[in-house]
Design a protein around this ligand. Structure first.
Ligand code: FRU
Length: 549
């Protein structure tokens, strides 16, 4: 009897606490495309829930602005038209009353034209982005999924954002592809097309696009899949997720970022998965059952593994195993085991992280094209970070052995118009020519210069060292670099400057790096060569278009 009373009191208490926690709620019938929500970074995060007939439709964390918002984010309500939703929030109440429906997102009129919006790099309309995910070419479209927090400019609520492009340069943002569910949030992964219907998801002649992703929850990270029959627009999560739960085996929570591809010689799927201290290989015939095969230690997060021709000769190939930091090993792969032969090497440094390469490239275009996450802050903007330019990866024989190189894809050429081309200039003459570039908001400059009796020289933009070639210490912007011709004294740099970022490709992509664009405050020098005893052998200046309409 006593315990029954206790129980009743407990139920009454918890339900009233529950009601109290979610006392703040508003209801509305959805008749517009977007729901606009005000954000203040100084506000604590609260949990917001959408309920439809008391059933939870979504739940996410958000810093709803009580006072003046810093910026607005939105929910795409396309799928909920005509439905009455109740929005519950356990944080400050005031913000709830400011939420409103509209057919435009708040700020639509200045979208992509905001002060610090990258003009020729992909960034998202609203919120945070990190890793590129599920990069795939299919039916004329390049798909870029990405780690996304749609509700804030900082990391949280991991979802797969989605954008498509016909040329990897101009992107159209689509609704969120994968949202958190009862298992957890959506971490990084990859996609494939299941042409042979190995998993049985295909419908008629439509092969499924299958996504492999990690679900993260406070306890562990597990590998899951989902499929789409409409070119990645809508997704069905596999009912028997997870596919792999390897926390116990590794005694580690760090098991994530599945990269899946078809291994034709063995007629099976390969999954490269980062587990604790390296990349593991799993194989499968049907995408549902996976068998552990092998493990290579020395990598952390975001694996990639691909085969590349050596010096363009498709009869001679090597495999490249790749980690989040863009360091790699070169070796051989038999479908089950990667055997490292050299490494770890690097070909790119800077803001790049967690890069991925496009799957399913057409047979007529077997390029290996990579996009990296650019860890570039976008000050004062309702969005954060960006993607770096897509680059083509190649494997070359160099004086030190095989090495990767990367240059922007040829599709990027359409962005730039050459406005100046000169050769054999002194630094002073070159600096005169640089003035013809006009706006320094965004541009490209390609130059080859030779050090004579200087030990270092380069280019600076409003006091920031865009290029610092130190021949004595053999460093380019602080990182060891020795040109293929080590007696040449020469360096070629192809420099892409956008509003908030700079990407530099040295000597045809043998080495590249990216930086945040950070003018030294008060500096009015603009763009100029520093280090006077140089011969500017070649100088080309280009204006740059915006990719946004
Ligand atoms: C790399 C990473 C991945 C993970 C994702 C979460 O930046 O830590 O390992 O899946 O970000 O957003």
């Amino acid at each position: 009897m006593k315990s029954l009373v206790k129980f009743i009191i407990l139920v009454v208490l918890t339900s009233s606490v529950g009601q109290f926690l979610y006392a703040q709620s508003v209801s509305m019938t959805i008749n517009k495309r977007y729901l606009n929500l005000p954000i203040a970074q100084t506000q604590n995060r609260g949990t917001m829930k959408f309920l439809i007939n008391t059933k939870q439709e979504r739940s996410f964390k958000i810093r709803l602005a009580a006072g003046e918002p810093d910026y607005w984010v939105f929910c795409d309500m396309a799928g909920l038209q005509g439905k009455t939703i109740t929005i519950q929030y356990d944080g400050s109440r005031e913000g709830l009353t400011k939420i409103y429906q509209a057919d435009k997102i708040a700020g639509q009129d200045s979208l992509y034209r905001e002060k610090n919006r990258p003009q020729y790099h992909f960034s998202t309309r609203r919120g945070w982005i990190n890793d590129p995910n599920g990069m795939i070419y299919y039916a004329g479209e390049y798909h870029l999924f990405y780690q996304h927090n749609p509700y804030e400019r900082e990391w949280e609520n991991m979802s797969w954002g989605h954008a498509v492009s016909r040329d990897m340069i101009h992107w159209e943002e689509l609704p969120t592809a994968l949202s958190p569910d009862s298992l957890g949030t959506m971490f990084s992964g990859s996609t494939v097309i299941d042409y042979a219907n190995t998993a049985g998801f295909n419908q008629g002649n439509t092969p499924a696009m299958v996504a492999f992703y990690t679900v993260d929850n406070p306890e562990k990270q597990i590998q899951c899949m989902a499929y789409s029959l409409d070119k990645g627009r809508t997704w069905t999560k596999y009912a028997k997720n997870p596919l792999i739960d390897s926390k116990a085996k590794w005694n580690s929570k760090d098991t994530r970022d599945p990269r899946v591809f078809w291994y034709e010689p063995g007629k099976h799927w390969v999954m490269v998965l980062n587990e604790r201290d390296g990349h593991s290989i799993y194989t499968s015939k049907n995408m549902k059952e996976w068998r552990y095969e092998s493990h290579v230690t020395g990598f952390w997060e975001c694996p990639d593994l691909f085969e590349l021709p050596i010096d363009g000769d498709t009869k001679k190939t090597k495999w490249v195993m790749y980690g989040a930091s863009a360091t790699y090993m070169i070796g051989s792969f038999d479908g089950k085991t990667f055997t490292p032969e050299s490494g770890k090497h690097y070909y790119v440094t800077g803001t790049i992280y967690a890069a991925q390469t496009f799957a399913n490239m057409p047979q007529t275009d077997p390029r290996r094209i990579q996009i990296g996450w650019g860890r570039v802050a976008q000050p004062g903007m309702p969005f954060n970070n960006m993607m770096l330019l897509p680059t083509e990866l190649k494997l070359h024989t160099t004086k030190n052995g095989l090495r990767l190189s990367s240059v922007p894809v040829k599709e990027a050429e359409q962005l730039f118009e050459k406005v100046q081309q000169s050769s054999s200039l002194s630094a002073a003459e070159a600096n005169e020519k640089l003035k013809s570039i006009g706006s320094l908001d965004r541009f490209r400059i390609k130059t080859t210069f030779k050090l004579s009796h200087a030990t270092s020289a380069g280019l600076s933009l409003f006091g920031q060292r865009v290029l610092d070639y130190d021949m004595n210490n053999n460093r380019v912007n602080g990182v060891f670099y020795s040109p293929e011709n080590m007696t040449s004294m020469e360096i070629t740099a192809d420099i892409y400057v956008d509003r908030t970022s700079i990407e530099v490709f040295i000597d045809g992509g043998a080495y590249s790096y990216s930086l945040e664009r950070k003018p030294v405050s008060g500096n009015s020098e603009g763009l100029h060569f520093w280090g006077t005893a140089i011969d500017v052998k070649d100088l080309a200046l280009y204006t740059a278009q915006s990719i946004w309409k």
